[in-house]
Design a protein around this ligand. Sequence first.
Ligand SMILES: [Zn+2]
Ligand SMILES: [Zn+2]
Length: 415
Amino acid sequence: MEQLVALPVFGDAFLLRRSGRVILVDGGKSSVLLARELARYGVSHLDIVVCTHADYDHAGGLVDLLDRSAITVGEFWLPGAWAESLPALLTAPVEVVDDLILTLDREKNTRPLGADSEEFEEHMHSYVSRLRNDYRNAGPPADRDDHNEPFKSTREQGATEQWNVELPLDEDAEERAVRAFRSGRSRIRYRVDKRKVSKTVATFWLGLIDTAERIRRIAVQAAHHGVSVRWFDFGEFAKTNRAGGGDAGLLIPLNAVELVNPPPPPIGLSFLVRLTPVNEECLVFLSPNIDKFGWECSIVFTGDSPLGSGKNYSVSWLRWPKDASRLVIATAPHHGSESNFSAYGHLDMEVEMLVWVRSGGTDKHPGSIYRMLHPSTRICTYCPHARKQRQAAEIHFSSFPRWPLLRTNGHICNC
Ligand SMILES: [Zn+2]
Ligand SMILES: [Zn+2]
């Protein structure tokens, strides 16, 4: 009997026990809550910890999990896009912050300042997503090879291709980084006080500083605890629509390519563009079951992904691996948010949905499309509309006797 648990933390954190391995996908907002829940499930070692993207409600709990608990981790699987910013974040956080403030001063007059924060965020996401796409389509800039950033990687020889974060850091580096981010925050607040920047815009830029700090701290933590990092890049996937890498039969990416070498630094892309988490680029992973009858379930971790691209994400990029079981347990994309409604259709075209498991989000979640899914196929850690208490949503599954046997434990959703 194998087990998937949506942990009742704030945000998303999914624990998967399968084939004798323990996997965590995302860590919710707080490492304190996460460590407590992992202890409750008897977890002292995680073979793989995946972070789907840098948003607070997915990455926050991973920032200091290893520093705060006795839990050990085998590998971190992180977004390749982070590796673009890491060299600078590790060695020159002051420059990252300066660059963010520069774009704030430059962009503040060209953005719709009256919009509320949600509209503004959406506006910025599509703006950034367009810039990132343009950059990818334009191919590598000619001067890329001449650009040497002080970032070294050591690729380990072995069954898996991986390279470790090396810290070219002296003793004071941590303190300097903390000071740099703190100064960035106060420079943004100063602009609000002087009415040069609206609160909405400031909130977005403060979020970017937080994101930068989260990415840096997760990488530093991995290095301090000697945890290998494997990078999964959406950008490489977007070029060809072919995913690759991961551990066959256990966990594979559906919208990313595992990087063998560190990506070249994206010349000319501001840190605004590098650090804005775009839902479209959120990593999606599949724990496939490949038994010869195909009766056993596959698990899809959708993160905040819409599973497609283009206008309203209506073009599905989802290609189901040939030999993976199409009976699927999936995490509700983007906490059941309406903004990712296309994901339900894209999954439905490829597989037979058994159960949706939903966690995280705000009191506004989930949206109407999620609520229209058959109630018996949804379980939640809590149902905001029904004011249910947060509790773990557990699914136990096996293929005996030749039909997926699911035992669920959690709120049958009445969102
Ligand atoms: Zn989220
Ligand atoms: Zn619900």
